[in-house]
Design a protein around this ligand. Structure first.
Ligand code: URA
Length: 477
């Protein structure tokens, strides 16, 4: 023993963790330290790749649990926050977490005390990590390499914190059908369509630089960029400059800002509703591209996008609001309860669904988790507007003569402004490409009504669909 230890100064423990994001390891060791009644100022956490470490600490041989030590109290709310904060690159994070855990044993309500400096620091770390997780989901851009059997998608990304593993499930769910790799300076993830594996840190030059998909991103970004709403500060907050170097669409930003005034004038002249000349060239191209779209918060919520379906050119397009729980799981529009009701009414009205293009205003499912359930949430006007480009692109290709909008979100997407469904339903409105827009209620609205009102509203809905069927017959004749 060193003289320091004899003097009781160096009764300290250096506890190694397996990786910078080794929260499970920290939790196990923290529990053992608590049981042995080792106070926080006697512990240093040794994290691979990080400095620090106590010259006088006694390695990782922890003392045996104190015989009278009570089971540690670890509130769920703390654990959830701690799991996120552990991913921060701040080298003091594990010490902070252990200090909080230690203090929670004496003061179980501590975590509610937002004035406490440790609790405040915990929240600060969590906020930063959440932002980084979100940014990675929004700004990873895959580039295709190889073709046919060998086709793979590779992305380069530089996270600020240790979030790569924490984001793995998101990318597996989102891109389950592709073979991809995400390379970062901290490590890499590889998905072969069935198995996820981890690889070593990579360099930017390991990832491909350019591919044809870049063009699609640039066209899409150029089209959703609304010069009339340009707020440079807000845009930079959403898309900070440090991410630009890996974003194909970012190359457009200076040019778009510079051209904003001219574009705004042109939009005003064209009624603010101009169709872009450059769009995806095929419906499968849209179906593939929406999977990678994360331009709005809904796109970042771990769900897969649901593409429209139907014949590639057809006179009738039916537009719902967004995929629901079942649609998202199975990747097809209108197959859940609202879809069943819609399908029954369409058949009654004599409308042949196999001849319609069925799609949604918003391509991702927006929900709030409630236990095991996912509760539908309405998209905001901004989310609908961001997603409109995809719907417009579908219209350009499908070229329907009549578009049936189900509910207010679909109506907004098609008209570019919010209208009252009750005021405009059941009559044709002109769309800018010469097609007709008919608006009626959304079938989910009918499902929410009680028996009496529901029978009445279903009868009106059925009437609207018959009117659409009659008009389609006229247009065909
Ligand atoms: N509701 C919609 O608006 N669209 C669907 O695809 C399913 C339910």
């Amino acid at each position: 023993m060193t003289p320091f230890r004899d003097a009781g100064i160096a009764d300290a423990f250096a506890v190694p963790l397996a990786a910078p994001d080794d929260f499970a390891g920290w939790r196990d060791q923290a529990r053992r330290l608590l049981m042995a009644e080792v106070p926080p100022d006697r512990v240093t956490w040794q994290v691979p790749g990080e400095g620090g470490g106590d010259l006088f600490a006694s390695g990782h041989r922890l003392p045996a649990p104190h015989p009278d030590a009570p089971q540690p109290r670890v509130p769920r709310a703390f654990l959830d926050l701690a799991a996120k904060a552990a991913l921060h690159r701040d080298e003091g994070r594990f010490a902070l977490l252990y200090r909080l855990l230690w203090r929670l044993q004496q003061r179980p309500g501590l975590i509610e005390d937002e004035a406490d400096p440790d609790v405040r620091q915990l929240h600060r770390l969590v906020r930063t990590v959440r932002r980084d997780i979100h940014k990675m989901r929004a700004f990873v851009r895959f580039r295709v390499i190889g073709s046919g059997e060998d086709e793979r998608y590779v992305a380069w990304f530089e996270p600020d914190h240790h979030i790569l593993r924490a984001n793995a499930k998101f990318f597996v769910n989102r891109f389950a059908g592709m073979r991809w790799a995400i390379l970062t300076p901290q490590g890499s993830l590889h998905w072969d369509g069935g198995v996820l594996s981890e690889g070593p840190p990579a360099a930017r030059s390991d990832a491909p630089a350019e591919d044809a998909a870049e063009d699609l991103w640039r066209r899409y970004y150029g089209s959703i960029f609304n010069p009339a709403r340009l707020k440079v500060g807000a845009m930079l907050k959403e898309m900070p400059r440090r991410y630009w170097k890996n974003l194909p669409e970012a190359a457009l930003i200076p040019e778009l800002i510079a051209g904003a005034q001219a574009r705004e004038a042109a939009m005003v002249e064209q009624g603010g509703n101009a169709f872009d000349a450059e769009r995806p060239g095929s419906l499968p191209e849209i179906a593939q591209a929406i999977m990678a779209c994360r331009r709005c918060p809904i796109g970042c919520n771990e769900t897969r996008a649901v593409a429209g379906e139907g014949p590639s050119q057809t006179p009738l397009m039916i537009v719902g609001e967004q995929p629901g729980d079942t649609e998202e799981e199975q990747g097809r529009p209108f197959i859940g309860p609202a879809g069943q009701l819609l399908r029954a009414h369409l058949a009654d009205a004599g409308l042949d669904l196999s001849k319609a293009w069925l799609t949604n205003a918003v391509k991702h499912f927006k929900f709030v988790p409630r236990g095991k359930r996912r509760l539908h949430q309405n998209p905001t006007a901004k989310e609908i507007d961001i997603c409109r480009w995809w719907l417009e692109s579908e219209r350009v290709l499908v070229r329907p003569r009549l578009v049936l909008a189900l509910g207010a979100s679909a109506a907004r997407s098609l008209l570019g402004k919010t209208v009252s469904v009750q005021q405009v339903r059941g009559q044709p409105l002109a769309l800018e490409d010469g097609s007709e827009l008919w608006i009626t209620t959304h079938p989910s609205y009918l499902l929410r009504l009680n028996d009496g009102p529901r029978a009445q509203e279903e009868a009106r809905f059925a009437g609207d669909l018959r009117a659409v069927a009659a008009r389609l017959a006229e247009l065909a004749g």
